[in-house]
Design a protein around this ligand. Structure first.
Ligand code: UDP
Ligand code: MG
Length: 321
């Protein structure tokens, strides 16, 4: 039996690009259906992430035009990761496999063929990996590569050059539903679920229309979120640093006492100020990092819902039968 595929596509203020890419996604889906790789009731699910423009109206129109398009809408903007999660959780009970992909046409949809082939060959997760970054600016390329290096050196296990273009089976999603954290970093969380996985390589293009929602500040935010959500290495590093500084201070104290008794004490003002500044600086950074973790614990203990679906273009019950 051919598997039922749902392509999950987060959309935030994408009225320019959606009319361009939606037909491309549909063509890919119908191509896969006619190649008998996926079943005829496969779907393209748009997740409207609280867009302020006409994105939802476009999704509603598309779903009326072709039954392969379906859409859900979040009650407000919650960010890319939550939008993808909402779509995956919505899809997990009504399909066999999901593929998450951005709606801007940057990721090569032709990689989906290989992804489905890998699934049919027994893999439960297939990561879409960019084979090169030729189309990126030098700045984006270096910052993005630094991002992966930083994540891995900090103990967060991520697939190099993989963003959120991936195939995940519903079996994996059922297990993934037990990962209850609200600070989401999906690309680092899926490797933790396990199961047989592989990578498929593709070229990433320029955005077809509209503009990016991920400036450097958001990238840095995502990197920091990734590290603090997946590893406690920064806390361990602070402990190590604290230890080294404590040893140095101890030596410094002995040195100060010895020079005092030798009678060669200087006024001591400069060195005192230096030490105070240095230590208070280190302390502040450390408290800041620890504060980030406490902030996350605070968010986690609230156990607020990670997404709220306010509208659907279809009846979910009807679809589940
Ligand atoms: N997106 C979203 N919610 C947001 C921001 C972005 O659902 O708050 C979606 C957006 O519509 C797109 C995907 O996430 O489909 C990736 O965003 P974008 O292309 O702006 O990021 P980039 O590719 O530049 O990193
Ligand atoms: Mg993009």
């Amino acid at each position: 039996m051919t598997p039922r595929l749902i392509i999950v596509i987060p959309c935030y203020n994408e009225q320019e690009v959606l009319p361009v890419t939606a037909p491309m996604f549909l063509e890919k889906l119908t191509g896969l259906i006619s190649a008998e790789k996926i079943s005829d009731d496969s779907r393209i699910m748009f997740v409207n992430d609280g867009s302020k423009d006409s994105t939802w109206e476009i999704i509603e129109r598309l779903s009326k035009e072709d039954e392969h398009f379906i859409g859900i809408s979040q009650s407000r903007n919650r960010g890319h990761q939550n939008a993808v999660l909402a779509g995956l959780m919505e899809a997990k009970d009504i399909c066999d496999i999901t593929i998450s992909i951005d709606c801007d046409g940057q990721d090569d949809i032709n990689a989906m063929d290989k992804m489905v082939d890998e699934y049919l060959g027994g893999c439960e997760i297939v990561y879409g990996v960019r084979s090169s970054r030729k189309t990126d600016t030098f700045f984006k390329r270096t910052t993005a590569q630094g991002f992966y290096k930083l994540l891995n050196s900090m103990g967060a296990e991520v697939v190099y050059n993989h963003a959120d273009y991936r195939l995940v089976s519903s079996r994996v999603l059922q297990e993934f539903a037990n990962f209850k954290e609200v600070n989401l970093f999906l690309r680092g969380m899926f490797p933790l679920v396990g199961f047989k996985s592989t990578s498929v390589y593709y070229e990433r293009n320029e955005r077809l229309a509209g503009k990016s929602h991920y400036p450097l500040s958001k990238m840095l935010g995502l990197a920091f979120d990734g590290i603090t959500s997946l590893s406690i290495k920064p806390i361990k590093m602070i402990m190590g640093l604290g230890l080294v500084i404590a040893i140095l201070s101890f030596i410094g104290v002995i040195w100060a006492v010895v020079t005092h008794f030798l009678g060669s004490t200087a006024s001591g003002w400069a060195s005192t100020i230096c030490i105070i500044c240095f230590l208070s600086g280190i302390q502040l950074i450390s408290i800041g990092v620890i504060g980030q973790y406490i902030g996350k614990i605070y968010m986690e203990v609230k156990q607020r819902p990670r997404y709220i679906i306010s509208e659907r273009t279809y009846e979910k019950k009807h679809d589940e039968e």
